[in-house]
Write a protein that binds this ligand. Structure first.
Ligand code: FAD
Length: 415
């Protein structure tokens, strides 16, 4: 048994995974969250274990597609213009990375973090009540036709460098593969060997219950600051419910990690890519495997609570409530793509993808302080959460994580 105490801030997929790996190593572990586990971005995502999502939105293709999106009110890119002056420096850095060199850097870094995600999830839940929650599946990227698929060739070229080569299905075979799709969709790019979760919010909540069953403690409190001694080592976490002592701390607070690390004197450029979902309850039809609607930029996953369509990007703040337009767009695209879909009702949701301008998460220790961070996973936090947790637990223990983590180093933003 290890007598050291670790406090993990944030009970999303990254925090709960970290806490489970740490408690399995014998640490005394508490998680502090201002709400219930799994209610942040981890609640409403598409549930896709996206081992394929190695290439970033900030690619050279963005220079071609971006202006078209901005000019088209039916595009899946939305902007909260009032927030743009604050977001401008992040946006400039994001766009500067939209080069071939920038995209290849992301593919090389994300590849090792994502490539075994399904196995990482399985190993997290093995011999727990969650055994069986991680489903193997294919993913089909849905295109209007072959030409539309070919227009996405840069993304597929990048995926190929990570060993991801799709089977391309065209014509009427598309509806044989996925009968839910309208007949005007004439091309699918199918990747085998992927996975999904059919209720991501409950998945994280149940993982948190498992953590408690291992002796872990969950404290409901809002973290205000982390306290360091004169040598710069963390010794406590101050919250609205008092201060909690610790030997190590891990910040896995999603988009809100921005404020917490700012209070520690760091200026990590983290902004929200706001995303939305619509759940069609009691759907009359569902896809055989999860889909990625390329036109609408949303995932489609048959979940326990209904057919979830989740995605779109709205650049903006993480304080204000949802906008109507992205939800409207998802509904419109879903109506067109699934003409035979009937349902009993709908639910809507918005969440904040925590995104850095180089499209890479921030994973590592802050300057020998005993404070570790694991956030900024943008579109792939569900996928990469368990591996991030595993890596962080090894780092806390001072063990070699056996993976080159240079690209994720928090210090890259202080240069
Ligand atoms: C529409 C949409 C679809 C997506 N689809 C996918 C997908 O299919 N696959 C995929 O891999 N990813 C997907 N993502 C991304 C994924 O959801 C996120 O990257 C991931 O959930 C981030 O997890 P996290 O643990 O870092 O943060 P969160 O889940 O946001 O958790 C952070 C936690 O920290 C807590 N917290 C914050 N501040 C404090 C504080 N001061 N004190 C105490 N607690 C605090 C919050 O309450 C919260 O519980 C999607 C995202 C969206 C929005």
């Amino acid at each position: 048994m290890n007598s050291k105490t670790v406090i993990v801030v944030g009970a999303g997929i990254c925090g709960v995974s970290t806490a489970i790996w740490l408690i399995r190593m014998g640490y005394h572990v508490s998680i502090i969250d201002k709400g219930k586990p799994g209610m942040g971005a981890s609640f409403g995502n598409s549930g896709l274990l996206a081992q394929w999502a190695v290439d970033p939105v900030a690619s050279p293709d963005l220079w071609r597609i971006g202006p078209k999106y901005l000019a088209n009110k039916n595009s899946p890119l939305f902007i909260k213009w009032g927030y743009m002056p604050q977001m401008f420096p992040w946006l400039v850095r994001f766009l500067k990375n939209a080069t071939d060199k920038g995209a290849r850097h992301v593919v090389n870094a994300l590849g090792p973090l994502l490539s075994d995600a399904v196995d990482q999830h399985k190993s997290l839940v093995q011999k727990t009540p969650l055994d069986g929650w991680v489903r193997d599946s294919k993913i089909s990227f849905v295109y209007r036709d072959k030409k539309h698929f070919e227009s996405d060739s840069y993304s597929w070229k990048m995926k190929k460098t990570a060993g991801l080569i799709p089977k391309v299905i065209t014509g009427e075979s598309v509806q044989e593969e996925e009968p839910i799709l309208a007949t005007n969709y004439r091309c699918l790019a199918v990747l085998e060997g992927q996975g999904h979760i059919s209720d991501p919010g409950q998945y994280v909540a149940k993982l948190a219950e498992h953590f408690i069953s291992l002796g872990g403690r969950i404290i409901t409190a809002e973290v205000h600051d982390l306290q360091k001694n004169t040598e710069g080592k963390v010794f406590g976490i101050s919250t609205d419910k008092g201060t909690f002592a610790c030997d190590f701390a891990v910040i896995t607070a999603g988009i809100w990690s921005k404020e917490l690390t700012f209070r520690l004197g760091l200026k990590i450029p983290l902004e929200a890519e706001r995303g939305y979902h619509v759940i069609f309850e009691k759907p009359s039809v569902v896809p055989r495997n999860p889909l990625l609607m390329v036109d609408g930029k949303f995932g489609v996953n048959a979940m326990d609570m209904g057919l979830r369509c989740a995605g779109t990007v709205e650049l903006g703040d993480h304080k204000s409530g949802p906008s109507a337009a992205p939800i409207k767009l998802i509904r419109k695209h879903a109506g067109r793509a699934f003409p035979n879909l009937t349902f009993s009702g709908t639910q809507e949701w918005m969440g904040f993808r925590p995104s850095t301008p180089d499209s890479l998460p921030v994973i590592g220790e802050l300057d020998g302080s005993g404070i570790f961070v694991g956030f900024g996973h943008q579109h792939v936090g569900l996928t990469a959460g368990p591996k991030t947790g595993y890596l962080l637990s090894r780092m806390v223990a001072g063990q070699n994580p056996n993976m080159d983590l240079t690209a994720f180093d928090p210090a890259r933003f202080s240069l």
